[in-house]
Design a protein around this ligand. Structure first.
Ligand SMILES: *Cc1c(COP(=O)(O)O)cnc(C)c1O
Length: 439
């Protein structure tokens, strides 16, 4: 058996069947924006390997940081020990986090950091004698991960419906429908109505709600929706009024993906708890973090339980922390806001003309994220053909053809990605079933 044959027969891939699975390509190496396949061909990674690879693949500074750390300490349990890479990373995160969010919990993936954030909200309420406040208020159209608690906070009619029976039930508000840049009187009126509905719901269920959670401004993996930041200001007001914990999940939108370092900074407010992941290590190691305010940390720590009840085996892995420290240094040195503004202009240039085409429902761009929403995805064969013809890796899902290129992509790279997107969006709609794969 060749490696590809073995893979096809025995190895599960994300959201794939083992019976007649979709094709996979064997990657041999990667550098910058490029993946090199085992057969020598190169593909531009227009998905940043699920939005992580901000500085490009195998960035020399991050590789060197991992190598140097590996010679000293690859892992040690975080119960009873600490180490320099973890302390440096906590300090670095505190410097760039919204003011006051300097209490850090290190998690090994984004989903876990979300579980941790929710447990913080629940423990915060418990510690104040409100055991009835056991649910989160989340937004339809959201995505917070694939573990049970994170699934339960994601769109209830989205990709996780199969597991409804085992998931804790939370409250959901309607998907925010007003676009990020919609300043029209009609848009603002609709936003007022959505905010009023959210506030009414929170008032009616205040005794059961521990906190509010959302992906600020950019609902990514479920809806590819860029919504108005004023919605976040309303969430802040509602949380202040009822002493709910406000959780922003910046795992997808953070680290300049939408323009500013944090997507929520457009709203001029800060959450009580924030999750970061994906681009934290620049896509070099798996690591996420949950940042909490002093108040949340104090209330939990002064509660009758006292301890915060979570502790993964690989918590604060030193190699991952070293990678994150090197990645955060690169975020400090670069001028990604400027680069992302240029990428956004180029994505607009490539995608705006597609609006109104057959099969195209709409086109939207925010920062280094460009989305064509279609009635139905093209047939699998067309998707493969466009990827090979342009040498650009795309992974459309549900009704979305999109790119989220590495933030270091130069103008020629983004132009190539734009051409591939336009070509794919011009393909005829495929069979009904091609829409059932995710992310
Ligand atoms: C990807 C993602 C997660 C889950 O992160 P994993 O590392 O895949 O567990 C959570 N929230 C958001 C917003 C994400 O985009």
């Amino acid at each position: 058996m060749t490696p590809l044959e073995y893979d096809r027969a025995y190895i599960w891939h994300p959201y794939a069947s083992l019976k007649n699975p979709p094709p996979v390509r064997q990657v041999a190496s990667a550098s910058g924006v490029n993946l090199t396949l085992a057969d020598g061909r190169q593909l531009v990674d227009a998905v940043s390997s699920w939005w992580c690879v901000a500085h490009g693949h195998n960035h020399p500074a991050i590789v060197e940081a991992i190598r140097r750390q590996s010679e000293k300490l690859c892992h040690v349990m975080f119960g009873g020990f600490t180490h320099a890479p973890a302390v440096e990373l906590a300090e670095r995160l505190a410097r760039i986090a919204p003011p006051g969010l300097n209490r850090v919990f290190f998690a090994d993936s984004g989903s876990i950091s979300v579980e941790v954030a929710v447990k913080m909200a629940i423990q915060y309420q418990q510690a104040q004698g409100r055991p009835g406040r056991g649910k989160m208020l989340s937004l339809k159209g959201g995505y917070h991960g694939d573990t049970a608690c994170a699934m339960a906070l994601s769109d209830p009619d989205g990709m996780h419906t199969l597991f409804r029976g085992m998931m804790p039930s939370h409250f959901f508000a309607e998907k925010p429908s007003v676009a990020v840049d919609d300043g029209t009187p009609e848009g603002q009126a609709r936003l007022d109505a959505e905010i009023a509905a959210l506030a009414r719901f929170a008032d009616a269920h205040a005794g059961e709600i521990a906190g509010l959670i959302c992906e600020p401004v950019f609902q990514a993996a479920n809806a590819m929706n860029f919504y108005h930041p004023r919605y976040l200001q309303a969430m802040r007001r509602i949380c202040d009024e009822h002493d709910f914990v406000l959780v922003f999940d910046e795992i997808a939108a953070g680290f300049f993906r939408t323009g500013p370092r944090w997507a929520h900074s457009r709203a001029g407010i800060a959450p009580d708890v924030m999750t970061v992941g994906k681009a934290l290590t620049g896509g070099h190691m798996t690591l996420a973090a949950t940042l909490a305010s002093e108040r949340v940390a104090d209330v939990i720590s002064n509660g009758s339980v006292g301890a915060f009840m979570h502790g993964p085996t690989y918590m604060a892995n030193p190699l991952a922390c070293a990678a994150a420290n090197a990645s955060l240094a690169l975020f400090d040195q670069a001028d990604y806001e400027k680069d992302v503004a240029r990428i956004a202009l180029q994505l607009h240039f490539a995608l705006d003309p597609l609006a109104g085409r057959p099969n195209v429902r709409g086109v939207r761009v925010l920062g280094a994220a460009g989305v064509v929403e279609v009635e139905r995805l093209p047939a699998r064969a067309d998707i493969e053909r466009v990827i090979d013809a342009h040498g650009v890796w795309l992974r459309p899902f549900a009704n979305f053809i999109y790119a989220m290129p590495p933030l270091v992509s130069d103008a020629a790279t983004v132009a190539r990605i734009g051409a591939a997107l336009a070509d794919l969006a011009s393909c005829p709609p495929g069979p009904e079933t091609s829409g059932d794969f995710h992310e």
